[in-house]
Unconditional design. Sequence first.
Length: 179
Amino acid sequence: MLNELWTDWLRHIGGRPAYRIYGKAKPETDWRVIDIYATTRRNLGSRWPLWDGTCVTWSAQIIAVGWDFALAVWREQSENPASRQYPIEVSGGRIRDAAGRKVPGRDSPTSEVLAHECGHTWQALRLHSLYLPFVGMVTLFREGPHAWNYFENQASKLGQFGGIVAGSVNPELKSGFVS
Ligand SMILES: [Zn+2]
């Protein structure tokens, strides 16, 4: 219930999403449609828009990213589309390895970050109103071997990105509205 109200409100203030995607976590059987909201505030200005800080999962249905990130995923997906039959997952179950060097087989690094965020949407679904205060805080610690890395590790291990929903891409993204 709270998740729905929160999602409705975020949609209300967010306007039109950059696009919608199919996402879920491995334990789920059904794919969910998730809105990807892009804002210039989350642009990184880096060649590697890989850091988790550029993306925030606000609810089970909403992920906020930078326009540059949204564009990078869209370009990767144009070349190498994920699908619900062949979803993108985080290679080796860890995002962090990708940041400094390209891991063999990691052809779609930004799409893998989105898969990680899909893992967070599942956590939001399960934890309801506890998600933001709890995971939102813990997420700052990111992946690692410690107990407080649990949610980050789990998001990387279980998140699946099943592709961009056909016909959902915002024309502003296509026209290169990225400043
Ligand atoms: Zn994360």
